[in-house]
Design a protein around this ligand. Structure first.
Ligand code: ADP
Ligand code: MG
Ligand code: MG
Length: 878
């Protein structure tokens, strides 16, 4: 493979080498679309550059010079020629699209001489000097790492002094003055002059684009989107076309369908007399594409038909960059457009109806975790809203949180558990960690295709942008509403609605989402494809009903401790724990029994006919008691109060003794799960009794209850054997004659590594295994989750010690091997053994793929993740 590939020699299948942008520019060239000629330096060169410790490979620039020669003869211009200069853009282009994360330089080849040539040649000095000042700024930014403010400040001052409101009103003389100031900035800040040699410009630019692969924001983006660091970027060198030559010129971005709703109509924005970066960077707020029909009817028609052709060619919605130079349309980029989940679903289903895609292909187009976004919250209140402003509805969903004005604050507040809304004039890609941390994003400038909007949609965050009526200053924004000035300070609660663009003062309550007809259809197709069943984790009848409406086929994990935690029950639970005699304990348990029975009956009803897996009490008992340190403080206080009530003191002493007795150094490894059930069987007996009583009462009401009793934290077969005896004894007691015909199962969680290793022995006493991957991950890694996440684990993932957080993405090599082994061993003893996982991993795509591959019967995930798990399970099958 050569290091440099001209556009006419490549095609869309070469993404791996040419990057997405380069491969698509080649493909468009191949099918005869108007693409300015150019060539691509491959991603392999980028890898070689890094392998050599940041050195361009020898001979590369010679190859580039060769390719440049061809470009020169194609254009009839010469690079660096003072009379008739060739200008190029140097554009990054990774394999997986990372919008705006890396760098691009336009107008390369301008210097003090060529600028004069270009001015004379075009008879348009204003335009020529505009190009030059842009080059110095972009070059300064990208190559020399100079912050934009160095340049923006000078530009602002120039406009003020000359009374220009827009860049397009600045004269040639104005730009000349600015260019001298810009050159002075470069010299002062870097100690070297802006390079006049065009070959030097080119080499430095190529290197800078390679470097930009490893800038901070690109790294964050790759982490979030699981893009491998080794992929590298290509560099595209392309002859320039100019949208800033005058009033018959312009530049814009269009989507072939609406990226917010999926509706089939051309959607986008453009700016007359401007260069590309102006639109995407949100420098000016652009005009809706429909208006191009009036400005340039022929170009509009051509754009429309090109858009349709491209969509058909790629069989997907496209995001297209174009520039119009003196009335002629040029295409500068096309890619599969980023879209909201709602749009993704609608487009996939529509493409099937339009006979462009097969059903399976449509399902493969959906990024399951993205569907989280579809199942969006909306504002839910009858009260009038205090609407401060309305911006562009850039990414749907409503969000409420504290106002913050910079990404770092957003991140640190979010880490403390506060919900925040990130507010920026415009977001630059450097803000990505803040966007990630925020509930939603609000900007005062930039259009629907600005970076803020694109990034927020990709992450499924609500976003309102281009909200021009708000004025953002230092940690504050102000807005005039009905002639009154309103102010929002950092920390004030605000809400945004990304579907309508509204910005609202104060918090609002949010309504849960519903499933659209298109999603319903897509899910139906997924169901007919997939083998893996999808269960849900649900502890209440409400959650169970919600999950069932989302398509859950059973409950894979019903945690009974949550039933112990409600405010009115805690005192009874505490009484039970504090009991000194059997009698006291059974009294408290007798009080709990009907409560539990009612809980179970409610869940059985919600899940009538479907299996409900009930896990007996799991956490250590001290979790239901007050905190030890607080009690000591309280006791000390009381003791030194002269009028303290001795009875109260005695009560406190007793409580303290018990809390001390139950105190554990490492509660995760202490008296919990079946260990509790074996030491204090009364609690489990009560729970089992409640389950079967509830089942019996359902039976009498013609509701089909199907309980599966799940024993947690088993590590040795004997533990399960004992527990099984307990459950069977209780079942017989409660069910009587019905015991023989009533269907129920007894199984265990596999969450202690020893259980996985000895699965064959354990299977002898189990009807099912459910892999509790949270605990299994904790114990296999030896990480206590609470001490790991947000602490050393963050460091581990950031520094690539681990590929992913193993609590989010199942660790195949370690935890996964245990699961595979246990399934194989278990089934060798009991072929009918039912196997599944519960835990956070049940809703993660990669983990679902794993579960499918290992041959589990079902995964269990939170109710909101059920739809996306159905899609992922179908994808695993395809
Ligand atoms: P990004 O990946 O940030 O979109 P691009 O490489 O696509 O960066 O370029 C940024 C902007 O510059 C885009 O609007 C693009 O259309 C414009 N641009 C790039 N190359 C050229 C060119 N040869 N002529 C005119 N405009 C260009
Ligand atoms: Mg860019
Ligand atoms: Mg682009």
């Amino acid at each position: 493979m050569r290091s440099v590939v001209p556009f006419e020699a490549g095609h869309a299948g070469m993404k791996q080498w040419l990057g997405g942008k380069g491969a698509n520019l080649a493909e468009m060239t191949k099918v005869g679309l108007p693409v300015p000629p150019g060539f691509t330096i491959t991603t392999e060169v980028c890898r070689a550059y890094y392998a050599a410790g940041g050195q361009l490979p020898k001979g590369l620039m010679d190859e580039v010079a060769q390719a440049l020669k061809q470009l020169e003869s194609a254009k009839g211009q010469r690079f660096g020629d003072p009379q008739n200069p060739l200008l190029v853009s140097v554009r990054s282009g990774s394999v997986t699209s990372m919008p705006g994360m890396m760098d691009t330089i336009l107008n390369l080849g301008m210097n003090d001489e060529t600028v004069r040539g270009l001015a004379a040649l075009t008879g348009n000095p204003r335009f020529a000097y505009d190009c030059y000042r842009r080059l110095i700024q972009m070059f300064g930014n990208v190559v020399f790492d100079l912050e934009s403010y160095h340049f923006e400040g000078l530009l602002h001052r120039l406009k003020q002094q000359t009374g220009a409101e827009y860049d397009s009103q600045v004269s040639a003389e104005g730009w000349m003055r600015l260019i001298e100031e810009y050159k002075a900035v470069v010299l002062k800040e870097t100690g070297r002059p802006f390079p006049q040699k065009v070959e030097e410009q080119l080499e430095l630019a190529v290197e800078a684009v390679f470097r930009s692969w490893n800038n901070a924001r690109a790294k964050v983006y790759r982490k979030v989107h699981h893009i491998p660091d080794e992929q590298g970027t290509a560099v595209n060198i392309q002859s320039m076309v100019f949208g800033n030559m005058g009033s018959d010129c312009g530049t814009g971005v269009v989507f072939t369908r609406n990226p917010s709703t999926g509706e089939k109509s051309l959607y986008g924005e453009y700016l007359m007399n401007a260069q590309g970066e102006d639109v995407v960077a949100g420098v000016r707020t652009p005009v809706p594409i429909a208006e191009l029909k009036n400005d340039m009817p022929e170009v509009f028609d051509q754009l429309l038909s090109t858009a349709e052709a491209l969509e058909l060619h790629y069989k997907d919605m496209q995001d297209i960059e174009f520039t119009v130079e003196r009335g002629k349309l040029y295409l500068l980029q096309t890619r599969d457009g980023k879209r909201t989940a709602q749009a993704a679903v609608k487009i996939a289903v529509d493409l099937v109806h339009e006979r462009i895609l097969e059903r399976g292909e449509a399902i493969e187009r959906i990024e399951p975790f993205h569907l989280d976004q579809l199942l969006h919250r909306a504002i839910d209140t009858d009260k009038p809203l205090d609407v401060l402003a309305v911006g562009l509805p850039a990414s749907p969903g409503a969000a409420t949180g504290a106002a913050v004005f910079d990404a770092d604050t957003a991140e640190s507040w979010a880490r403390e558990g506060r919900k925040v809304i990130l507010i920026r004039t415009e977001t630059t890609p450097e803000d990505i960690h803040g966007v990630l941390a925020a509930e939603g994003v609000l900007t005062s400038r930039g259009g629907m295709t600005s970076h803020a909007a694109v990034v927020a949609r990709g992450m499924g965050k609500p976003c309102v942008c281009g909200c021009e009526s708000i004025r953002i200053e230092d940690r504050i924004f102000s807005v005039e509403v009905d002639g009154k000035l309103r102010i929002v300070r950092e920390g004030d609660d605000i809400s945004i609605d990304g579907a309508s663009g509204r910005v609202i003062l104060g918090g609002v309550s949010l309504r849960e989402p519903v499933i659209t007809a298109e999603l319903q259809q897509l899910l139906g197709w997924a169901d007919s494809i997939r083998k893996l069943q999808i269960y849900t984790n649900a502890d209440t009848p409400d959650d169970a009903a919600k999950a069932r409406s989302f398509g859950a086929e059973g409950i894979g994990l019903c945690r009974t401790e949550h039933m112990f935690m409600s405010a009115e029950r805690v005192p009874v639970v505490q009484e039970m724990i504090l009991a000194e005699t059997e009698e006291e304990r059974s009294k408290a348990l007798a009080q709990l029994l009907p409560m539990q029975q009612e809980d179970f009956a409610g869940i059985f009803k919600a899940m009538s006919g479907l299996p409900v897996t009930i896990r007996l009490l799991d956490p250590p008992l001290h979790e239901f008691l007050p905190n030890l340190e607080q009690l000591i403080v309280q006791q000390e206080r009381l003791r030194y109060q002269p009028d303290a009530d001795p009875a109260e003191l005695e009560q406190l002493d007793k409580l303290l003794r018990k809390v001390r007795a139950l105190h554990e150094m490492n509660p995760m490894l202490g008296t919990r799960g079946c260990r509790l059930g074996l030491v204090l069987p009364e609690i489990y007996e009560m729970q089992v009794e409640a389950v079967f009583r509830a089942a019996l009462s359902c039976l009498n009401e013609q509701v089909e209850a199907r309980p599966d009793i799940m024993i947690p934290l088993v590590g040795h077969a004997n533990e399960l054997k004992r527990m099984r005896e307990l459950v069977e004894r209780k079942a017989e007691e409660v069910l009587g004659d019905a015991a023989r015909t009533f269907r129920y199962r007894i199984g265990t969680m596999i969450e202690v590594p020893r259980a996985a290793v000895t699965a064959a022995q354990i299977a002898a006493h189990a009807d099912f295994f459910s892999f509790g991957t949270n605990d299994l991950t904790q114990m296999t890694f030896g990480y206590s989750r609470d001490d790991a996440e947000g602490k050393f684990l963050t460091h581990y993932v950031e520094s690539n010690l681990l590929p992913d957080n193993p609590f989010q993405v199942l660790d195949r090599d370690g935890v996964g091997r245990l699961i595979e082994w246990a399934v194989e061993q278990g089934k060798s003893v009991k072929p009918q053994l039912k196997t599944s996982i519960c835990g956070e991993h049940g809703g993660d795509k990669q983990s679902i793929f794993f579960c499918h591959a290992v041959g589990l019967d079902y995964v269990s995930c939170s109710p909101y993740r059920v739809p996306l798990a159905r899609i992922a399970a179908a994808q695993a099958q395809l």
